[in-house]
Design a protein around this ligand. Structure first.
Ligand SMILES: [Zn+2]
Ligand SMILES: [Zn+2]
Length: 819
């Protein structure tokens, strides 16, 4: 009797052997086609829980599958390690962020190694090390040279607890800090921006890439392109130089229906426009608005309010005076910071007009409208009314005609606006890559010379948040000389948003130790773009958009030759526990370590594959993983239990059993291959389980000869290799094959052999032939009755009759006796 399955022993043994043999290291001088399989690299926040494994283990299974299919597979791993969470955690524990981060990396690397993945550890990248962030800084300089990085003053989201600026994307819910949950407010600061808006149009296109539709939609909405017309309203106010206020509208057809205008409270003209008697109220409103976040201001739940400034503009189209209000639902950063209000044809304007008793004038008539007051805004197309010369036109045509009219007179122009803002990358925090810029009293803003990179993050800085960059107080860091004139100068003390680090890491893996360039261009040409990128959908509008922007910018600089970094994207779901998301506060966090030490990594991997469709995730259940572990034990016994042919089986049955075994084997290969290709991992594991159950019955019957048996169980082990790589390697060796199973060719199948055997089912009514139907040989009696009763040729004979008797001859005929 063979030794029992002992995963702890065999997993450690094979992991050591694979590492010693460098089995999974890859090179570019390889005749096989390349496959770049990338998993979003983890953030170094501490321990891995099972959710991280859920992102990584199935991705490894797929990469292993491609490897056996004959691809040269790059499946690298690294650590995203700068940024706020590490810094906050370090502060909370009173240790240096570097120490904290590197400890985490050691632990996470250990956990990842216990998973038995094919990561080529010689390519590991760690974004907080100078050998990496030197190149993050270099990319910043390239973006600056290309006019894609600039400094500007801007109102920013400010988290009072984290004491830092947050990107719009990091403000969640009703204006809360994504990191700490504190309410975010607003401040003006000099900041560095990346001009992502230059690529707004291209970022909305996803041509030639295979991405989930919902991610594409989220990105398009995030960019938020709107096509419309900018309209000039005349301003004539003593003491105000400005002669007009321009607004952007997607509905120029409603321009005659404007009954008030609304400015953002921050609009530069507000102070000048406000009349003396309105001043106190306006100033109070402006101060209140500045304390609110964009999210709060745009919240659809909140009732909109505003105040009248006492000033008016003139609608040039009809010469009417229109009152100017301010309201916080208009943002200074969107469009021109001013909007024309058409209450009859906009829900928000309608509510606002009702609240403040402002006129509501219909200019696009609903079908059959007789001039009655509206009880809600009419936003659909209609017929133009109350619009002078444009009356009677369908509103779609009216929009064009009014735009033409405005353009002819120079009162407006067709234009496009975007919701997307430039990417704010300055962080007033310690734990990030310093922005490589210098301020000289003579020369102004001067970039650090490339040869002087990296600008090292000093280890001895005070890193507690103060609202200003901690580096500001580090004299050794701040004081430098100007690269232009050699006069004393000061360094930029802000650090970069950590999303800068992750916008290019996929390029670094191809040549992680290159110290003369960010990447080896030839190797990038060989490996990129990434063939399959997997990770969480929560990165839809940040990382995934930023990485695309970076790629397009690098392409335009001539540094890479492709437009899109990730050809195919797949988002896995999440693992829940007791119907809830895992979280430390709920105390329901599952760590892989205890399961690996009890049941083995192969059981954890297999269970994660089996728990549900990968894109949906599933519920962790201890009895579920025990079941999977028992299955792996059964596979062990199947291979090593000793097969013996039974002498009691006759020749004909032996032949039949052989054919059946070949059919099931080839069918399983086809199913498993297809499921892996389409990332349907749970049904793939189910097919392997079914196959092993079938093999167990075959073993018991002993009806096939040993050679055929061996071929089928070998196939099982090969198909199992990506999912349970240690077990498969051990069984492969113990059944006398050459090391390593992971260098074997993925099994192919024969369509002819995989085909279900078919029979012709004869259907009789009262003994008379009524139909013949070709069905799979495996059709059961219940299925046969169903097929018979659904036959269109049979149905007329059953109409209004009662079946008194059913006769079934397996594999041949059904006969229905009716009265
Ligand atoms: Zn915060
Ligand atoms: Zn200078």
């Amino acid at each position: 009797m063979a030794a029992r399955y002992n995963p702890q022993e065999i997993e450690k043994k094979w992991q050591q052997r694979w590492a010693a043999d460098r089995l999974y290291e890859v090179a570019e001088d390889d005749p096989r086609p390349k496959w770049y399989a990338l998993t979003m690299f983890p953030y170094t926040s501490g321990d891995f829980h099972i959710g991280h494994w859920y992102a990584m283990a199935p991705a490894d299974v797929h990469a292993r599958f491609k490897r056996m299919q004959g691809y040269n597979v790059l499946h690298p791993m690294g650590f995203d390690s700068f940024g706020l969470p590490a810094e906050n955690a370090a502060i909370g524990r009173g240790i240096h962020p570097f120490t904290w981060t590197m400890q985490n990396i050691d632990n996470m690397r250990r956990q990842l190694k216990s998973m038995g993945a094919i990561y080529d550890w010689s390519r590991e990248v760690i974004t907080c090390l100078p050998e990496y962030y030197k190149w993050t800084q270099w990319f910043f300089l390239k973006l600056y040279e290309a006019g894609l990085a600039y400094r500007g003053k801007a109102p920013v989201n400010w988290c009072p607890r984290c004491q830092t600026v947050l990107a719009n994307e990091q403000v969640v819910g009703e204006g809360l800090c994504e990191r700490c949950g504190a309410a975010v407010n607003r401040r003006d600061l000099e900041q560095w921006f990346l001009r992502i808006t230059k690529y707004a149009d291209e970022l909305m296109e996803h041509d030639g890439i295979d991405w989930p539709e919902r991610i594409k939609v989220m990105q398009r909405n995030w960019v938020g392109k709107s096509v419309g017309t900018e309209i000039s309203f005349a301003l004539d106010r003593p003491g105000v130089d400005e002669r007009e206020i321009r607004v952007f509208t997607t509905r120029p057809d409603t321009a005659f229906g404007v009954t008030f205008m609304v400015l953002a409270p921050e609009h530069p003209l507000v102070a000048e426009l406000t009349s003396v008697e309105r001043r106190a109220e306006v100033e109070e409103y402006v101060a209140r608005a500045r304390r609110q976040t964009e999210i709060e201001r745009l919240s659809t739940e909140r009732e909109k309010d505003g105040v009248f400034t006492g000033a008016y503009v003139v609608n040039k189209l009809n010469g009417e005076r229109v009152p100017i209000w301010i309201a916080d639902y208009v943002l200074p950063s969107y469009g021109t910071g001013a909007v024309m209000a058409v209450p009859a044809h906009d829900d928000r304007d309608f509510a606002f007009a009702q609240k403040y008793n402002l006129p509501i004038r219909v200019v696009v008539a609903p079908p059959g409208w007789q001039g009655a007051d509206l009880d809600q805004a009419y936003i659909e197309p209609g017929t133009m009314v109350n619009s002078g010369q444009f009356d009677g036109l369908p509103s779609g045509q009216g929009a064009e005609a009014i735009s033409d009219f405005l353009e002819e007179r120079g009162w407006g122009k067709r234009t496009v606006t975007y919701r997307l803002r430039d990417w704010l990358i300055s962080r007033q925090r310690y734990w990030g890559a310093p922005i490589p810029m210098i301020y000289c009293a003579e020369c102004g803003i001067v970039p650090v010379l490339e040869k002087d990179l990296p600008v090292l993050l000093p280890e001895d800085a005070e890193f507690k948040p103060t609202g200003e960059s901690p580096l500001r107080y580090n004299e050794k860091f701040v004081n430098t000389t100007c690269p232009c004139c050699s006069a004393p100068a000061k360094r930029e003390t802000d650090t970069m948003d950590t999303f800068m680090c992750s916008s290019w890491y996929f390029l670094r893996y191809v040549s992680p130790h290159c110290d003369v360039a960010a990447f080896d261009a030839d190797k990038v040409r060989y490996w990129l773009p990434v063939d399959l990128y997997t990770g969480g959908a929560e990165h839809a509008v940040m990382h995934l958009l930023y990485a695309r922007f970076f790629t397009k910018a690098l392409r335009d600089m001539g540094l890479v030759r492709f437009d899109e970094p990730f050809k195919r994207l797949f988002n896995q779901g999440i693992i829940i526990v007791e119907r809830q998301k895992m979280s430390k506060s709920k105390g329901n966090v599952i760590t892989p370590d205890e399961y690996v030490s009890q049941l083995g990594a192969d059981a954890v991997r297999s269970y994660l594959m089996f728990v549900g469709p990968w894109e949906q995730g599933g519920e962790w259940d201890d009895s579920g993983i025990s079941g999977v572990s028992r299955w792996l034990n059964r596979v062990w016994n199947l291979l090593l239990g000793g097969y013996s042919e039974s002498e009691r089986v006759g020749l004909a049955d032996r032949e039949k059993a052989k054919r059946e075994l070949a059919r099931i084997t080839h069918k399983t290969i086809r199913k498993v291959t297809d499921d892996l290709e389409r990332i349907r991992f749970n049904t793939m594991v189910a097919a392997l389980m079914e196959f092993s159950n079938y093999l167990a019955r075959t073993m018991e019957a002993g009806a096939v000869d040993y050679a055929h048996w061996e071929e089928s169980v070998d196939t099982l082990v090969l198909l199992l290799a990506p999912t349970a790589p240690h077990l498969a390697e051990e069984l492969w060796q113990q059944t006398g094959h050459d090391y390593s199973i992971h260098n074997q060719q993925w099994p192919g199948w024969d369509e002819e052999l995989a085909r279900d055997e078919e029979i012709t089912l004869v259907i009789q009514i009262n003994g008379k032939l009524r139909d013949r139907i070709v069905v799979p040989a495996s059709t059961t009696e219940v299925e046969a009755w169903q097929i018979a009763e659904e036959s269109t040729r049979v149905k007329p004979y059953l109409e209004g009759k009662e079946v008194s008797k059913k006769i079934y001859v397996p594999g041949r005929l059904v006969n229905l006796v009716v009265r």
